[in-house]
Design a protein around this ligand. Sequence first.
Ligand SMILES: Nc1nc2c(c(=O)[nH]1)N[C@H]1C(S)=C(S)[C@@H](COP(=O)(O)OP(=O)(O)OC[C@H]3O[C@@H](n4cnc5c(=O)[nH]c(N)nc54)[C@H](O)[C@@H]3O)O[C@H]1N2
Ligand SMILES: Nc1nc2c(c(=O)[nH]1)N[C@H]1C(S)=C(S)[C@@H](COP(=O)(O)OP(=O)(O)OC[C@H]3O[C@@H](n4cnc5c(=O)[nH]c(N)nc54)[C@H](O)[C@@H]3O)O[C@H]1N2
Ligand code: SF4
Ligand SMILES: [Mo]
Length: 669
Amino acid sequence: MPAIVPSVCPHDCPDACGLLVTVENGRVIAVNGDPDHPVTRGYLCTKMRHYEQTVHSPRRLTTPLLRTGNKGSGEFEPISWERAIELICTNWQAIIATHGAEAILPYSYGGTMGLVQRNAGHAFFNKLGASRLDRTICSPAKEAGWKSIMGGTPAMDPAEVEQSDLIILWGVNAAATSIHAMGDAQDARRRGARLWAIDTYQTPTCEAVDEAFLIRPGSDGALALAMLHVINREGLLDREYISVNVLGFDGLTEQILQDCTPGQMSEVCGLPVGVIERMAREYARATAPFIRLGCGLTRYGNGAMNVRTICCLPAAVGAWAKPGGGIFIGTSTGGAFPLHKVTREDFMTTVPRLVSMNQLGAALTELDTPPVMSLYVYHSNPAAIAPDQNAVIRGLERKELFTVVHERFMTDTARYADIVLPATTSLEHPDLYRCYGSYHAQRCGAAISPVGEAKSNRDVFCLLAAGMEMDEPFFDLSTDELIEMMLAEESPWRSTAVTEQLRQGKPVVLTPSTEPKKQWLTPSGKIEVLNIRADEPLPRLLPTHAELDGYPLRLQPATTPFALNSSFYERDNLRSKQNCMELLMNCVDAEARGLIDGETVEACNDQGTVRFVLRISGRVPAGTVVTEGVWWREFIPGDRGVNALTSQRLTDGGRGSTLYDVAVEVKRV
Ligand SMILES: Nc1nc2c(c(=O)[nH]1)N[C@H]1C(S)=C(S)[C@@H](COP(=O)(O)OP(=O)(O)OC[C@H]3O[C@@H](n4cnc5c(=O)[nH]c(N)nc54)[C@H](O)[C@@H]3O)O[C@H]1N2
Ligand SMILES: Nc1nc2c(c(=O)[nH]1)N[C@H]1C(S)=C(S)[C@@H](COP(=O)(O)OP(=O)(O)OC[C@H]3O[C@@H](n4cnc5c(=O)[nH]c(N)nc54)[C@H](O)[C@@H]3O)O[C@H]1N2
Ligand code: SF4
Ligand SMILES: [Mo]
């Protein structure tokens, strides 16, 4: 008889869906959405609908491997776990003796979001004294922009969207990346709310809204400033709300009256003046306008400023005062579980150097004092996902670099490893999950035993700790014992009853310790449009990096519904829905270059050259080209992926990646 086992989706997605896993004879035969999970409501995205095909994929790594061919060749022979751990520890001991422990660099990110498995390496590397990784590839500019105006104010409840009459999906491809939020927005629309999307090209989300506004990459700040200009000019500000809740609004209006007319900003963002004016009026006149702010507009040299400027809009019209009004950027439930019990910063005896994950290429090829002599990668695929792929690969090719990759599949990164270790999928290990799209959390156990000889992140770090002769009792604790330690500590975010439900594996709702929208957690207690502590005290127009690069087309590396970053490319059915690594281009740009639909083209800039199959498409405005997905090298037309065109430059706040701030020229091969 098959058994139904509850689990949680481990992916880097706002939802952390509740799963119901059907297990028969130790194998997963189906995975469904939990109908009783308040966010999931029984439906999963296309990617996870057949997760059993990932779990039991013939491509799964099932034993440790030792490199036999050149780096990158993918030639390996199986070895035992004992031998693998012994080789890693002997190499590390030699490196530490010669260069010191800072010569070892961990690299991890979003393969699993479970609190224990995601953070499993921290205690080990803290104890070792290895270099620390600045995990800033995703959305730190969004957080920095929010923080500079809203301080530590928690996110509003996204469920309020149902009370809004104007919903703006701003720089978020919700139909692909937050399907349940998209469902909520559609429900509100059916009840009469208007739904807008603001994007750089016609995404699946744009297809599903009342009106989509396509702007130039990184120009959201210009659009928001122009809207504020119009709202002010036409007397649509909520002056009473501003006088009580907002600091420094007059300084902003003075600045934008001169410099940010719709005419001037239209040149920057590409929308006609009349459209900007209409957007401003409709936004200001809506009863409870709700903005869902995505990551799209944040991965630019001006990303934090874009967020900060958009955050002035609800303050200007008093949207926060109404149920359903405001901006949602994502929940932050850090206070709910004492993660320090897993990460053990107290194991550090010194504070080792911090290396940006966005500058891995430079770290591997340029750092000295000491050079990086060993890289340990777990639940991440930097050879594909990190910016400036050419620099990353040059680094990974270094003969003296000792690379270990703990993975489920033979990824682009694993191909460069000296030793590959097989990793469990989320159905093969326990964990505790929270999420960033709502205030839910859930704990789960393993649904099946590990496939082959795969081991979880936590279990591997316990073996490595023993191999490096670390005598901390912490490394004898199981994942469940660590979860129990976190749950045992009381937190205002969860009552005793909620903690008990977590122990039983039920989805729960966490309660933020401050009530959102009631209080501004900034030094002045107001929304700080004027922030005297920031380098730029007031929001203003900042340029992107790429507009100064001198290449004519802006490239958008975008997300696809059929993959999640570089995950899911093992699945033939999902890959075939993406067709191949395409470059979408407007017919105007194609004609100007004499390019034909379906031919192989090369996009190039100062970082590198990448081959794509050209797709002439009306979904992309002239001047912008788009490619979707982060493809594995074995499936692409050339030998480099899209990140050979992205750069190691950082955002204006938060030290984030500028993965979308790219300019290129495109030509026939
Ligand atoms: N199916 C799927 N789901 C995912 C992921 C995935 O790869 N695939 N990735 C996961 C991860 S790690 C993350 S961080 C989230 C990200 O999810 P989102 O927050 O949705 O971010 P993106 O999809 O990166 O970008 C959102 C949209 O912004 C647009 N955009 C790009 N630049 C600009 C700009 O300058 N202005 C405006 N207005 N729009 C712009 C892009 O075209 C895209 O449609 O999704 C998660 N979920
Ligand atoms: N061009 C371009 N580049 C991007 C993006 C983009 O949209 N375009 N998105 C960026 C963003 S937002 C992010 S967050 C990053 C994400 O970058 P990554 O965090 O590297 O995410 P993935 O590409 O999904 O790779 C995760 C890997 O972890 C492995 N894995 C899964 N579970 C486990 C486990 O339990 N243990 C171990 N050891 N391995 C496991 C998976 O097999 C997979 O290969 O990429 C960034 N890079
Ligand atoms: S990737 Fe997101 S939408 Fe899909 S199942 Fe996981 S949590 Fe749910
Ligand atoms: Mo991300």
